[in-house]
Design a protein around this ligand. Structure first.
Ligand SMILES: C[S@@+](CC[C@H](N)C(=O)[O-])C[C@H]1O[C@@H](n2cnc3c(N)ncnc32)[C@H](O)[C@@H]1O
Length: 226
């Protein structure tokens, strides 16, 4: 199978899985750590009162309350209808758009963009256009917060060896969850910084958060004119 069709299948599997999980996703599960909440809070501080934050791959919108309670506007976007149905039920007044990270259409209008716990679903060839779409949503001046998931290097190498053995058009850094479903890509910091600076972002603050068997690299960013 060629890589384009294989990636399209992986993406469809991720969409299906989250749509199935949407209605029960929040049950007994809080995705935010103290570090996530600190970074969201810092992003809110950097966005003027009354301006709007775009939350992409928003899932069930766990941070919408924090943002709205502090007098900023909120728009959520996600590719999975099931996650958005749950988000809309929780925040009936907020605007949500059914759209993927790879197709974000926003051209200015936002002072902040955030993407938590979702960039691992973006393959390497899509990173440049996704981060460029974040910057376009901000216009020339704004701030962004995103997380990059991290796992053990040996796990990544094992997934590449096993995927290659199966004849998949897999590249280093990709991990397919389960047998054939799902999709994660774990870029290293140098790759991420290259894509971010290529889109015109500079780092305001970054922090590594090791958790149990995985972790997050948190990045707070600004555009050149911010
Ligand atoms: C682990 S959840 C995180 C949701 C939310 N940002 C949070 O912090 O709880 C991952 C979300 O990313 C969404 N997602 C995955 N790939 C996506 C893509 N290519 N475009 C848009 N959303 C995507 C999924 O539908 C899901 O809602």
């Amino acid at each position: 199978m060629d890589r384009t069709s294989w990636l399209a299948e992986r993406r469809a599997a991720v969409e299906r899985e989250y749509t199935l999980e949407g209605s029960s996703y929040d049950e007994g599960y809080d995705p935010s750590t103290v570090v996530h909440r600190d970074f969201v809070s810092e992003l809110i501080d950097l966005v003027p009162h009354g301006d709007t934050i775009l939350d992409v791959a928003c899932g069930t919108a766990p941070y919408a309350g924090m943002i709205l309670d502090r007098g900023r506007g909120y728009v959520g976007a996600d590719q999975s209808r099931g996650m958005l149905d749950r988000a809309r039920a929780k925040r009936p007044g907020a605007r949500f758009e059914l759209v993927g990270l790879q197709e974000l259409p926003f051209d200015g209008g936002f002072a902040g963009v955030m993407c938590t716990d979702a960039m691992e679903n973006v393959p390497p060839e899509d990173w440049p256009r996704v981060v460029e779409a974040f910057r376009r949503a901000l216009g020339s001046a704004g701030h962004a917060y995103l997380t990059v998931e991290q796992i053990d290097r040996a796990e990544i190498e094992g997934a590449f060896a096993s995927g290659t053995h199966r004849g998949w058009p897999i590249v280093p850094g990709e991990v397919i969850e389960g047998d054939t479903a799902g999709y994660h890509f774990y870029p290293d910091r140098t790759q991420v910084l290259g894509w971010l600076t290529g889109a015109g972002f500079a780092i305001v603050r970054e922090e590594d958060e090791p958790l149990d068997g995985y972790g997050y690299h948190h990045l707070l960013l600004r555009t050149a004119d911010a």
